[in-house]
Design a protein around this ligand. Structure first.
Ligand code: PMP
Length: 364
């Protein structure tokens, strides 16, 4: 075997030879690492979710002989109940193996049109990957001078619009009123709001779903529910949009969620007290970190997420990331234009954030 991966192989399909896959943030396993690079939650998931998963396995794992519910109805009901104040029903919910998989279904089912898909030029880097995978034409829309999304620039012919709110990796939040204005103007294509981080400071657009049949809101249990390892995400929208996603899903994998994931996700959604406690702790640590970084001379973009995006006028971003790494602190640095001086720092525990600030004081 060659240890060097071939650029292409005659055994690969033409599709595989064309792909430019997403490169996930690294998951290093060094001891004593302060890992602030992939926006995981520093707190454990709800103890009730852990107990529910253990109960699902049982003492002998007998339930795992059986296939899970292919439509994960209990989970759809739990999502609908969580957003009961907005009058959401289980038929308005689609679930998948992480929101990445939900997004893959969205690209296949709802965004294959002649006009280009629009998304911000600085945004979640899986969007161009999925557009490439499914052969969807796409155009990016530049962020404004303050690294914010200007939705008025999306009012042109399009085959769909997708953006995260808060945006990643900037952390900047759009108010719901601006999304509502876009939806009022853009009625002919699907608008997807990727709310992976909304629980750390934003209002969810699920509030608008029953007024706009072309709105789809995508959520994950990876961030605010500390379950990145379980891989659960969902989408909320009009039943017609959900039906399209189900059709693609049933042509692809009829059992996307396993029994353990369904049990854990339901219990996590039901434990509102744990959800509120842990996300409020992350928000409080974020506010402290923003003020500490500002005192050190960093420019920190306003963040409504569980990370901050910051640059230091006197120091190169790549060098800072490297200097932190030498002190066993891992943050994310992007080589992309316009943001290559920034660090994206996940909010850890107060102790982890303290270690970061102490290391930066040494470095600067
Ligand atoms: N959307 C955005 C904006 C993200 O940052 C992430 C996390 N990388 C995801 C979706 C996917 O999260 P997951 O697949 O863990 O649900």
């Amino acid at each position: 075997f060659s240890l060097i991966r071939p650029a292409m192989s005659k055994f690969w399909s033409p599709l595989v030879n064309r792909l430019t896959p997403y490169v996930p943030g690294e998951q290093p396993k060094l001891p004593n690492l302060v890992k602030l690079n992939t926006n995981e939650n520093p707190y454990p998931p709800s103890p009730k979710a852990v107990a529910a998963m253990q109960a699902e396995i049982g003492h002998d794992g007998a339930s795992l002989r059986l296939y899970p519910d292919p439509s994960a109805d209990r989970l759809k009901e739990a999502v609908a109940a969580f957003y009961g104040e907005f009058g959401i029903g289980a038929r308005q919910v689609f679930v998948g193996n992480g929101s990445d998989e939900v997004l893959a279904h969205v690209f296949m089912a709802l965004l294959q049109h002649d006009a280009p898909l629009l998304y911000p030029d600085i945004s979640y880097s899986f969007y161009p990957v999925y557009a490439g995978l499914y052969g969807i034409s796409a155009e990016t829309v530049a962020l404004d001078g303050d690294y914010g999304i200007d939705l008025s620039a999306y009012r042109r012919a399009n085959g769909g619009i997708i953006f995260p709110n808060p945006n990643a990796p900037t952390g900047r939040l759009l108010p719901l009123g601006e999304i509502e204005a876009l939806l009022t103007a853009n009625t002919e294509s699907v608008v997807v709001v990727d709310e992976a981080y909304v629980d750390f400071g934003g209002d969810t657009a699920i509030a608008l779903v029953n007024r706009f049949p072309n709105l789809l809101v995508v959520h994950t249990l990876s961030k605010s529910r500390s379950l990145a390892g379980l891989r659960v995400g969902y989408a909320v929208g009009h039943p017609d949009l959900i039906e399209a996603l189900e059709r693609v899903k049933n042509s692809f994998n009829s059992y996307p969620l396993d029994r353990i994931a369904i049990a854990g996700a339901v219990a996590a959604l039901e434990d509102r007290a744990w959800f509120d406690r842990t996300r409020n702790a992350v928000i409080a640590s974020r506010e402290q970190l923003v003020s500490d970084l500002t005192l050190l001379g960093f420019q920190v973009l306003p963040s409504a997420a569980n990370f901050v995006f910051a640059r230091h006028p006197g120091r190169d971003g790549a060098e800072l990331a490297q200097a932190l790494r030498q002190r066993s602190i891992i943050v994310r640095h992007f080589k992309a234009p316009r943001i290559d001086q920034f660090l994206r720092i996940t909010i850890g525990t107060d102790e982890q954030c303290g270690a970061l600030v102490a290391a930066l004081k040494e470095i600067l």
